[in-house]
Design a protein around this ligand. Structure first.
Ligand SMILES: *[C@@H]1O[C@H](CO)[C@@H](O)[C@H](O)[C@H]1NC(C)=O
Ligand SMILES: *[C@@H]1O[C@H](CO)[C@@H](O)[C@H](O)[C@H]1NC(C)=O
Ligand SMILES: *[C@@H]1O[C@H](CO)[C@@H](O)[C@H](O)[C@H]1NC(C)=O
Ligand SMILES: CC(=O)N[C@H]1CO[C@H](CO)[C@@H](O)[C@@H]1O
Length: 177
């Protein structure tokens, strides 16, 4: 086969094999490290702001969702493979957006856990500050690669409007494909 003919037959199926056109749920679900009764919790929240069609130059026609206000100093973190963060509280109300690697979050005196992979489902909210959670949570980074993340503090409007989908981290159908 000549390359041009090959391309005609191979390219469409190669495009279909990836999933850029998979239907997008109506809103974003995020795993939340929160607190109730002075203890850290893991919950899956659906943000109330739904996806809309953007009219922003450069991404016009694509899906966009408002994450609400952010504030303070954002930072980029790079954690070596196998790093153990120990037990700690969220330093402030933050978005933590894992870009690569793997975070394993566990809670003291609980079997609830979350595995958060870097990538499109890597954004979580960390809200278990010391004033609302006595013991905080544990985080380890048990992958073979560096875990990288952005930390973005929430702005003065605080926690985005949401509904709780279920206890425990988002998984399966909750996540973007
Ligand atoms: C959010 O979760 C709901 C319930 O599992 C699901 O129907 C929806 O598609 C999810 N949203 C996205 C963007 O995946
Ligand atoms: C942001 O960083 C600057 C420079 O380090 C510091 O002066 C400022 O207090 C920080 N702002 C906040 C809200 O932490
Ligand atoms: C949370 O627990 C700690 C340690 O037991 C205690 O000192 C603190 O007062 C408690 N805070 C709340 C809001 O109950
Ligand atoms: C009852 C119980 O298991 N308490 C434990 C809760 O977790 C803290 C921190 O890991 C331990 O110090 C307690 O013993």
């Amino acid at each position: 086969m000549r390359p041009s003919t090959l391309a005609q037959f191979i390219l469409p199926s190669a495009i279909l094999a990836s999933t850029p056109y998979a239907p997008l749920g109506s809103t974003l679900n995020v795993t939340v490290l929160g607190a109730r009764h002075n203890r850290s919790t893991l919950e899956c929240w659906a943000l109330n702001s739904g996806f809309e069609t953007s009219d922003q130059a450069g991404i016009a026609g694509s899906s966009i969702l408002d994450l609400g206000t952010v504030g303070g100093n954002a930072s980029f973190t790079a954690l070596p493979a196998g790093f153990d963060g120990g037990r700690h509280n969220a330093p402030a109300l933050l978005w933590v957006v894992f870009l690569s690697g793997l975070a394993h979050i566990t809670l003291p005196n609980s079997t609830t856990e979350a595995w958060v992979e870097g990538g499109k489902n890597g954004a979580i909210l960390a809200l278990d500050t010391a004033d609302v959670s006595a013991l905080g949570h544990y985080t380890t980074y048990p992958s073979q690669e560096r875990t990288t993340a952005l930390q973005i503090p929430l702005g003065e409007k605080g926690v985005p409007s949401h509904r709780v989908l279920h206890m425990g981290p988002c998984k399966g159908e909750d996540l973007l494909v």
